[in-house]
Design a protein. Sequence first.
Length: 150
Amino acid sequence: MNIIDVIVYIKQVFRSRKMKKILIVIVLFGMMAVLLFGCGAPASSIAGIWYEQNGFGTVEFKGGGKCTQDAMGFKMDGNYTFDEAKGEGEITVEFWGEKSTSSFVFTDGNIVMEGATYTRTKVEQKSISDAFDEAFSEMGDALKGLENLQ
């Protein structure tokens, strides 16, 4: 048997209906395996978007240790590490060329970072002008209270 005979035999096998059905089944099982098991590392339990409960920003934990933090419209890309067993992690973002690292903990279904609590429940986020308006309003109320004391 020479190489040409082998090629002719392989062509005949692949032309048969039975072999086509077997190939279709193999391909379908392969596709199902990829969909079920994915490729790469499993997603972190904190993967997704987290909303600061007072509306001052979001953090999105992505695959591969990447993240994006948004503080009142200022977006910062960075990286994170997370120890699933301890429920602790660190996030490092860069803003205007400066790197900043913050520790966080995952507790009671929330993320607590730098005194702020982040939740998976969507919270309407404030813009920088909303935050200034709120701060000046509170300052005005405090000043009125001082005037009443005199």
